[in-house]
Ligand binder design. Structure first.
Ligand code: NDP
Length: 251
């Protein structure tokens, strides 16, 4: 098991990709701090599922776009489970708004949730890891939209492309502390975020037609990639961004 004995924080874990990552991590031997923004049946049920696998799990509500909530997630993690080894910045939101209609508030909300949150949690996490004199690994979740244009995403796409630069720059400063930082750009993944695409036969076939493997991905398929990057198997990999997109960006 590639994550045996590791302790990991996964943000936005109540559903979708975050849940897929948490499931794979637990199966690979990790204990989990599970975050989401509002109380949900999904988050509590995931905690029970992980404990059923013999791993420890705690749930922490918090909005990752707020500094105080980010600190609280790590406070709880360190207090309840011990020094955290892995951070997965997964929480994110997507809205679709034509460029000419986009307001300052809509721009800021997406930037704060998708980008500022990752910067803040990377910083808070790294300070704690350095204070503990331990090694650690971070995986930031970006998006295929770092490299592909979809309509109405002049706010979302830059927030995700910037995750790549954030990852590279933090990895450069943190490498000497033994902290690796990588990014995964998912393609079309079957989650509640994009159910509106998959439930429309026309939209679905239009998008799936652009994917080499000819199907949407599953949250656990992103989980496997994240687990590899977070694990010692990727001990010499840092500052990288990997597209897990079934061959969409390359087609
Ligand atoms: P979902 O909306 O299905 O799940 C995201 C989870 O994050 C939700 O539970 C959501 O809660 C939570 N969340 C939202 N805002 C916050 C916040 N401020 N603090 C803490 N938690 C929050 O999305 P996906 O699983 O599809 O997406 C996960 C990540 O993957 C996102 O960063 C997304 O941008 C990215 N991604 C997804 C793709 C896809 O095809 N699904 C493709 C490329 C990238 P709530 O529901 O209450 O808002």
């Amino acid at each position: 098991m590639k994550l045996q004995g590791k302790i990991a924080v996964v943000t936005g874990a109540g559903q979708g990709i975050g849940r897929g990552i948490a499931e794979i991590f637990a199966e690979q031997g990790a204990d989990l701090i599970l975050n989401d923004v509002v109380p949900s049946k999904g988050l509590e049920e995931l905690g029970d599922w992980i404990r059923g696998k013999g791993r420890r799990a705690v749930t922490v509500l918090g909005d990752v776009s707020l500094r105080s909530d980010v600190e609280q997630i790590f406070d709880r993690g360190w207090a309840d489970l011990g020094p955290v080894d892995i951070l997965v910045n997964n929480a994110g939101i997507e809205t679709i708004i034509p460029f000419l209609d986009l307001t300052d508030e809509q721009w800021q909300k997406v930037m704060d949730t998708n980008l500022k949150s990752q910067w803040m949690s990377c910083q808070s996490f790294c300070k704690r890891v350095i204070a503990d004199s331990r090694k650690a690994s971070i995986v930031n979740i970006g998006s295929i939209q770092a490299a592909r244009v979809l309509p109405g995403r002049t706010h979302y796409a830059p927030s995700k492309l910037a995750v790549e630069a954030l990852t590279r720059n933090i990895s450069a400063e943190m490498g000497s502390h033994g902290i690796r930082v990588n990014c995964v750009h998912p393609g079309l993944i079957d989650t509640p975020m994009i159910s509106w695409v998959l439930e429309s036969p026309n939209l679905r076939s239009q998008v799936v037609g652009q994917i080499s493997l000819g199907r949407p991905g599953l949250p656990r398929e992103i989980g496997s990639v994240v687990a590899f990057l977070a694990s010692e198997e990727a001990a010499y990999v840092t500052g990288q961004s990997l597209f897990a997109d079934g061959g969409w960006v390359g087609k």
